[in-house]
Design a protein around this ligand. Structure first.
Ligand code: PMP
Ligand code: GLU
Length: 402
């Protein structure tokens, strides 16, 4: 009998990076399983439970027998609720037929990449960027073109930098605001400047990931889809994971030009079908209800933000940003590169994240995964007590480096 030695895996998947956020979350669990008290600040996941009234709606749906396949792009009830929400909260006009509901915003973005990209098409990604963007673009055959800004610019890319990055292969630009991993928020004026640049490139679409819209400390959330120059070619991505603490329910959605919504539905119809029926019923209820619990969660994140900024600013060598949204802080930690505690030398942010996990028992994620190798991402979606402890452990571990 002959045995094969060649890998059966496709080149596409072999060359794909594993998700660094999920890897660090898993490593944290492993160190915890060895008996260490790990504080997990790696995963971008609200530590709150899903609000009670949303759970009740799911129970009602289950009892009412809403247990069958739904239409591929989602139930009409949920798509109507999303269409109303887009209009009411964001001023955006997407008809229910232009909405596609998926198993999380992650699938929504993957759908967009597969629906729009041919081999070699380019996607301008504003960096620092969420870890899965570049991987999804690549696996769909596209080429990420990364345009980045550092802490001195509050990690925000200018409209002119985007102009420079666009070529005749550019299919769309992709970004999140509020941003994962930096917490930066593009203002309405900054978005308008980007839209004005895009007026010169009528074939370039905009994919605007607004999943953190409810966790915004600047006051109002701005959607680029409101800018007249790009109104008809903006795909707005959103979901329930962050604003409603529903990460495990797996529910996300897009509003898109009709042709693109139809293509995403066709793709999803062959890949996964409609999202979970009970989650959809709960999601429709969430959107049609008062945002009280969401606002309370945002306020708690606001208090934690102050606490983490204050704590990190006291650590010598940490260059700390002041995030305006989401629940991440993204300090520049390059001052620690080249230092050692006598046993471990920190070459880069990957080493620093590992050092903090193993020697401070605090899980974070290297900025390298987000296109910013000088940084570290710290999720502050944890209790105030845990955050205080984490800051003191980080300070102590970094204090041992010289
Ligand atoms: N976009 C951004 C910017 C994110 O941080 C995440 C992480 N959860 C997602 C999309 C995907 O969210 P989900 O699949 O849980 O809806
Ligand atoms: N989006 C979250 C994060 O960035 C959850 C993990 C993931 O899906 O990557 O940590």
């Amino acid at each position: 009998m002959s045995t094969t030695t060649a890998s059966p895996l496709s080149k596409r998947v072999s060359s794909m990076e594993e998700s660094a956020t999920l890897r660090m979350a898993q490593l944290g669990r492993e160190v915890m399983a060895q008996g260490h008290d790990v504080i997990s600040l790696s995963l971008g996941e609200p530590d709150f439970d899903t609000p009670e009234h949303i759970k009740e709606a799911a129970k009602r749906a289950l009892d009412a027998g809403e247990t069958k396949y739904t239409p591929v792009p989602g139930t009409l009830k949920l798509r109507q609720a999303i269409s109303d929400k887009f209009k009411r909260e964001n001023g955006l006009d997407y008809k229910p037929s232009q909405i596609v509901v998926s198993n999380g915003a992650k699938q929504s973005i993957a759908n967009i990449c597969f629906a729009l990209l041919d081999e070699g098409d380019e996607v301008v990604i504003l960096a620092p960027f969420w870890v899965s963007y570049s991987a999804m673009v690549e696996v769909a055959g596209g080429k990420p073109v990364i345009v980045g800004a550092g802490i001195e610019d509050d990690y925000k890319v200018s409209a002119e930098m985007i102009r420079e990055a666009i070529t005749d292969r550019t299919k769309f630009i992709l970004f999140s605001s509020p941003c994962n991993p930096t917490g930066s928020v593009y203002t309405a004026d900054e978005l308008s400047a980007i839209a004005k640049v895009l007026a010169d490139f009528p074939d370039v679409y905009v994919v605007s990931d607004e999943i953190y819209e409810h966790i915004n400390f600047t006051g109002a959330h701005a959607s680029i889809g409101n800018c007249p120059e790009v109104k008809d070619r903006t795909i707005t991505v959103n979901g329930f994971s962050k604003g409603f603490a529903m990460t495990g329910w797996r529910l996300g959605y897009i509003g898109a030009p009709q042709e693109i919504a139809d293509a995403c539905t066709k793709l999803q119809g062959q890949n996964t079908s409609g999202a979970n029926s009970i989650a959809q019923a709960a999601g429709a209820h969430a959107l049609n209800s008062d945002l009280g619990p969401t606002i309370a969660m945002k306020e708690a994140f606001g208090r934690r933000r102050e606490l983490i900024i204050e704590g990190l600013e006291k650590i010598d060598g940490m260059k700390v940003n002041r995030p305006q949204g989401a629940f991440y802080i993204f300090p520049d930690v390059s001052a620690f590169f080249g230092k050692s505690d006598g046993e471990n030398t920190i070459k880069d942010a990957d080493d620093l994240a590992e050092y903090l996990l193993l020697h401070a028992h605090v899980a974070t994620v290297t900025g390298g995964a987000f296109g910013a190798p000088e940084c570290l991402r710290i999720s502050y979606a944890a209790s105030e007590e845990q955050l205080k402890q984490a800051v003191s452990r980080i300070a102590e571990a970094l204090g041992r480096l010289s």
